[in-house]
Design a protein around this ligand. Structure first.
Ligand code: NAP
Length: 251
């Protein structure tokens, strides 16, 4: 498996003062920023936060570097969970205000047809990588009294035909965030965002496999999920947005 490249040295000191407002800029590490929901989160936060963006490949990293020249971009294939510790150590992060794991993949096969490799891939990207990001970044999150904002799914609460493996990974992610919230209460905050169907490449893939015509207007705009992330991020420090569920009007 391709090893991640080491990140470039951090040229953007943590929590640098924003010259326009004089306030501290929060440092946010986001995965999945190239497309869909993660792209909207990056677009929304890039103006007033210091972004650290994890890209799945060098090609995705290049795309992110040209879109967000002020961001620190590093390559981390989340399926390669064992390589994440070394990729993150290259960031030399002193403090981290927010970890937003957004990258994810879906699955379409019924349980009876899902191979061990498919189960492994889904769980590596949707769950194990997040557990490893949390484990490695917890000291930096502690120093900032930071927040983890996990992009979960409606499938973190409900499952159904053809959704078993995907929903299993999202149910497990909810268990992870529920446990982490209690274990770290008073040190960091933990939020779980549960979108219904969002207009994105993932949703296009799902609708195509079901043989449905794609009508973007039926789905939640990714910017709406980005606003929910900002809400969780900006919740005042005595409070915690534990869970937000957002569903399309048309079911
Ligand atoms: N779309 C929905 O209806 C919906 C609903 C509920 C929850 N969600 C959740 O929201 C999150 C984002 O979904 P989306 O719809 O925005 O998906 P998307 O449009 O398919 O984008 C997926 C993102 O994940 C990244 N990614 C995939 N595999 C990766 C890997 N191995 N290593 C690193 N990054 C990887 C992709 O990077 P590249 O561009 O480099 O491939 C891309 O940035 C997911 O966790 C998903 O489960 C989505």
């Amino acid at each position: 498996m391709k090893q991640p490249t080491q990140p470039t040295p951090n040229e953007h000191p943590a929590s640098a003062a924003d010259p326009t407002t004089g306030t501290e800029r929060k440092v946010v590490l986001l995965t999945g920023a190239t497309r869909g929901i993660g792209k909207s989160i990056a677009e929304d936060l890039s103006g007033d936060h210091d972004l650290i963006l994890a890209a799945s490949s060098e090609e995705s990293a290049e795309k992110l570097r040209s879109t967000y020249p002020a961001a620190q971009v590093f390559v981390a294939n989340l399926a390669d969970v064992e390589s994440l510790e070394s990729a993150l150590s290259g960031l030399a992060l002193d403090r981290l205000d927010a970890l937003v794991p957004c990258a994810g993949v879906t699955g379409h096969d019924p349980v009876r047809e899902t191979t061990p490799e498919q189960w492994q891939r889904l769980f590596r990207i949707n769950l194990f990588s997040i557990a490893e990001l949390v484990r490695c970044l917890l000291p930096a999150l502690h120093r900032a009294q930071g927040i983890v904002i996990a992009i979960n799914s409606g499938a973190g609460h409900f499952s159904g035909k053809g959704f078993g493996p995907y929903a299993a990974s999202k149910f497990a992610l909810r268990a992870l965030t529920d446990s982490l919230r209690e274990e770290e209460r008073g040190r960091i905050r933990v939020s779980s965002i549960h979108p219904g169907k969002v207009d994105s490449d993932m949703q296009r893939e799902i609708q195509a496999l079901r043989g449905n015509e794609y009508n973007a207007a039926q789905f939640i705009r990714p910017e709406t999920i980005a606003r929910a992330v900002r809400f969780a991020l900006e919740t005042s420090e005595e409070s915690m947005t534990e869970e937000i569920t957002i569903r399309p009007v048309q079911q």
